[in-house]
Design a protein around this ligand. Structure first.
Ligand SMILES: [Fe+2]
Length: 134
């Protein structure tokens, strides 16, 4: 089951939208690697890469919010931090137990749901705010 970026998730800021697409394609790489029974090393690489990519993405999103005095910044920052914590729990689970069906379900449900909800509900507000600001 792949995660798909669709127009209704567009924030309207090219850099953010492109990074979101990048995250989705990396999440799909992870889902594929797990589904295809790829070895521990390979799945581990995808997880590490994704973790790093997401942290960089949050940083650049937060820079845009700070620069523009976006009032939703504190709650965004908290949601990002929560995601990083949740992701590191999954990463630890992988490091301890490898690819289990529990891990696959967690990635599909937690990670994929979080991304679509966060982008659809929170990130879109950044775009709307910037548009309003002109
Ligand atoms: Fe965000």
């Amino acid at each position: 089951m792949a995660i798909q970026w669709t127009e209704n998730l567009a924030v309207g800021v090219d850099m953010i939208d492109n990074q979101h697409k990048g995250i989705f394609s990396r999440v799909n790489n992870l889902l594929n690697a797990m589904a295809q029974g790829k070895g521990r090393d390979e799945v581990g690489k995808v997880i590490t890469f994704l973790a790093d990519y997401v942290v960089k993405h949050f940083r650049s999103e937060e820079e845009i919010m700070i620069k523009n005095n976006f009032d939703g910044y504190p709650s965004q920052k908290e949601e990002h931090a929560q995601f990083i914590r949740d992701f590191s729990v999954l990463k630890k689970e992988f490091e301890t137990s490898g690819v289990t069906s529990h891990l696959v379900i967690q990635v599909q449900q937690k990670l994929c749901n979080w991304l679509t909800n966060h982008i659809g509900n929170e990130d879109k507000k950044i775009g709307a705010f910037l548009k309003m600001k002109g």
